[in-house]
Write a protein that binds this ligand. Structure first.
Ligand code: BTN
Length: 243
């Protein structure tokens, strides 16, 4: 394992992406930054965290013979690995909010951004970026954000937390490599936030509707049981769960 520690960088994901254009980084090349000046979130959002307080990390995972159509399994495996790591630190009431936010009760403590390196229709590797709120106590304009420390009162060693996440990532990639896809999907659905509970959503036209989350499809669509008893599948651009 190679750990590159940086004081500051625009984005650890971009750093690994740039490396990957020159030659494919070694398996489990890890980039950690104390500060990201242009951290990236999902769907073009920004990710910012207070310097030195949280973990902003990207891991390069090489992939062999992994089908492009199976890429949501990587996302599920990573979310499960981080949730398991947080369990080891006794963080309460952990859930995964589709597709891969990690929540403790209603509060987001970790965001994940996975960018896959695809060449000639084959997955060559995955850049697994995660922002884990460890010891940060203040979140500007983010009322739903929390941190491990806010939740438990403990000040954590970021290195210890990182090593546990890396350990769990290795465990979950072994499960993926042994093709136990169904096991991953069942474990993910088991932890899905608001599963089997009546919830309110908003669609891309800003219209509200009610439904019940039942699971996910193999390609990562959210499966919702609608009020008219029809089950529909949505992608990230089509639906937002309101708290
Ligand atoms: C999200 O919830 O929107 C995903 C956030 C992902 C943030 C992490 S921090 C480390 C890595 N580098 C980035 O630029 N983004 C990811």
């Amino acid at each position: 394992m190679y750990i590159i520690k940086l004081n500051a960088i625009d984005s650890t994901n971009t750093y690994l992406k740039d490396l990957a254009t020159v030659s494919l980084p070694k398996d489990y090349t890890v980039v950690v930054a104390d500060l990201q000046t242009n951290g990236k979130g999902q769907m073009g959002a920004k990710w910012s965290s207070e310097e030195g307080k949280s973990l902003t990390v990207s891991v390069f995972k090489r992939l062999l013979d992994f089908k492009v159509t199976d890429q949501f399994y990587i996302s599920m495996a990573v979310a499960l690995a981080i949730t398991n790591a947080l369990n080891c630190f006794k963080i309460p009431q952990l859930h995964i909010k589709w597709p891969n936010d990690i929540l403790s009760s209603n509060n987001k403590i970790c965001g994940i951004l996975i960018e896959n390196v695809i060449k000639t229709n084959k997955l060559q590797g995955s850049i697994i970026g995660f922002g884990l709120n460890v010891n940060q106590k203040f979140f500007e304009n983010l009322p739903q954000a929390s941190s491990m420390s806010l939740l438990t009162g403990v000040v954590y060693s970021k290195d210890e937390v990182l090593l546990e996440v890396l350990k769990q990532l290795k465990i979950y990639f072994k499960i993926l490599e042994s093709q136990k896809f169904e096991e991953i999907k069942l474990a993910y659905e088991d932890l899905l936030f608001r599963k089997d509970k009546p919830s309110t959503f908003v669609n891309s036209k800003n219209e509200r509707f009610s439904g019940i989350i039942k699971g996910v499809s193999e390609t990562g669509l959210l499966q919702v049981w609608m009020e008219d008893n029809v089950v529909e599948f949505f992608d990230l651009k089509e639906i937002k769960l309101l708290y």
